[in-house]
Design a protein around this ligand. Sequence first.
Ligand SMILES: Nc1ncnc2c1ncn2[C@@H]1O[C@H](COP(=O)(O)OP(=O)(O)O)[C@@H](O)[C@H]1O
Ligand SMILES: [Mg+2]
Length: 393
Amino acid sequence: MKPNPGGIITGEAIVDRDQEIYSIWKALQNQSVVLTSERRVGKTSVLRKMFENPQNGWLPILYLVEGKYHPIEFVEGLYELFLENDVLKGKFHKLKTFYTKYVGGEQVGSWKLPQIKENWKTLLDSMIEDIISTDKKVLLMLDKLPLMLSHFIKSEVCGPQVCMEFLDTLREIRNRFEPTKKIGFIFCGSIGIHLIIKDLKRNYAYNADPINNMKIVTLSGMNPSGARLLCEKLSEDENYQFDDKGKIYEYICKSTDNLPFYIQHVFALINDLQKNKINEKLVDELIDYLLNDPKDEGFFNHYIDRIKTYYDKDIQDIALLILDKACKQEDYWKEEDILNTVKSFMEIDDETIKVTINLLWSDHYLIRIVKGYKRSYKFKYLILKKWWKVNRG
Ligand SMILES: Nc1ncnc2c1ncn2[C@@H]1O[C@H](COP(=O)(O)OP(=O)(O)O)[C@@H](O)[C@H]1O
Ligand SMILES: [Mg+2]
């Protein structure tokens, strides 16, 4: 198998993740799921593998929603996917009744007409009712949902009010129809839907909790056997000579935190550089190359952009300062030392720093341990810690 870091992978190329996929199917028997992680950890690949191998009678619909700027565009895209996936063979009775009522014509045509746009809620509702009336069990996998929501908030044709209405509508649909066990949802995305909701609560007086009854599944690196299998597959068609194959695979997996995107990068570089003698020294060089790459093919800058884009202004600097210092710590860093360090650089109260630490922790920048009621933190991913040290430390 040829390496394909960052590309669309399908079928056999999606290696392992069986454990994670099993726990998502299991959760779906009782509730809908939020699938979250940083970018390029492998969420879409997990969704695609589920789409290709449905379980428990589900009919999965994989819907990439990032290009939508208003709920009506979401509704239109969903309608097209339902047709494409033969969910209802075009017999949308309820939807068509309303559509006809609003435009006067028989055919479902343009979704851009103002009278259609302003009635997106009824149209979405009636389309879901049509789906429920079939014998299908539809699993709606909404990939990049948080990105679409942030488009809604920023878009002139939409804005925060409509975004909140959209979230509430999704929640109503879930409350009404999930108990029938004929529809389920996976909300998937990397920004973290909690940041969007927090923004709406803080800045626009939003007071609902649209995901509190969903199961949150966080994706991280692969488990060791999956990561190793990926190494095997990426070298099977090649003539590589390893010092000690098992040890080198282990070394690659350790150096990449078992993240498939970086494992793919390592093998892509081996390929590009036409290396065939593979030892730990070469692996170190390739990782260094990724960390030093001005084109940032490892997409590490995303970890900074995310803070600058989605964190409140008053805590961005604190978050970056904490990470700039944390990358130099040998081991776990005590919370009280973090507080003191930050206060030595800026005038700030403990509470704000604690909120920031908590956010970095819930956003997977940091992991923590608690010993004797004392909290300590360190970078979750070693490869990100190294990148931080090389580029910002
Ligand atoms: N299960 C997997 N097997 C092989 N490669 C993977 C797997 N998951 C992710 N990758 C690699 O990581 C890249 C990013 O994965 P993707 O699923 O698009 O991540 P996300 O949706 O979280 O941003 C893929 O293009 C591929 O190179
Ligand atoms: Mg994705």
